[in-house]
Design a protein around this ligand. Structure first.
Ligand code: AMP
Length: 194
């Protein structure tokens, strides 16, 4: 299975992606985690990405796409992936589609974790992960989500299966409703293919 988790910062993408990966035996690929590792290790990608992360801005598409190519192809060969944090713009979604289609690794389903802004801010402040979890940067990251990532929901609504889940509930309930909706989707597509 190849799927995407879409959600604003603080929506719980990382947590849910881990649970989904374990449940379905697929690989969790987080663009944010990979970028933070590159920054911490001072790699070439890390040096290019560092300032963008610190400001809460999006890292240039070419850097992110290069970084993700190998892991997504490898994950596809070993059962599939749940991508968390990528794509983040309509342009990235289109570019990913073009690249992935040729390689046979295109996304099959997108899951949107919906959480209202006040709750997102509360969670991010509580998490205080590092330099991108300060109040100013948090506000900016939420603005970037609204301006650049939200339009991507329409893109997936129109061309792929988009599942929307209320992400404001306890972790296990969110995980449960993602699983239920994925099963419903699988049944629908089986029927459609039968
Ligand atoms: P996240 O952990 O997904 O919230 O990502 C943390 C930071 O990494 C973001 O604020 C961006 O600076 C960068 N980032 C993660 N994924 C992407 C992406 N798909 N495109 C551009 N920048 C990204």
């Amino acid at each position: 299975m190849r799927m995407l988790l879409i959600g604003a910062p603080g929506a719980g993408k990382g947590t849910q992606a881990e649970l989904i990966a374990t449940r379905f035996g697929i690989t969790h690929i987080s663009s944010g985690d990979l970028l933070r590792t590159h920054v911490n290790e001072g790699t070439a990608i890390g040096r290019q990405a560092k300032e963008y992360l610190a400001r809460g801005d999006l890292v240039p598409d070419a850097v992110v796409m290069d970084m993700l190519r190998k892991p997504t192809v490898a994950a596809t060969a070993s059962g599939g992936y749940v991508l968390d944090g990528f794509p983040r713009t309509v342009d990235q979604a289109k570019a990913a589609y073009e690249t992935a289609r040729g390689l046979g690794v295109a996304v099959e389903v997108a899951v949107y974790l919906e959480v209202r802004p006040a709750e997102l801010t509360r969670r991010l402040l509580a998490r205080g992960r590092g330099q991108d979890d300060t109040p100013d940067v948090i506000e900016h990251r939420l603005e970037v989500f609204e301006a650049k990532t939200r339009p991507m929901l329409d893109y997936y609504q129109e061309r792929e299966e988009l599942i929307t889940v209320n992400g404001a509930r306890p972790v296990n309930e969110v995980a449960w409703s993602i699983t239920v909706q994925l099963q419903q989707l699988a049944r629908r597509s089986q029927r459609a293919g039968a």
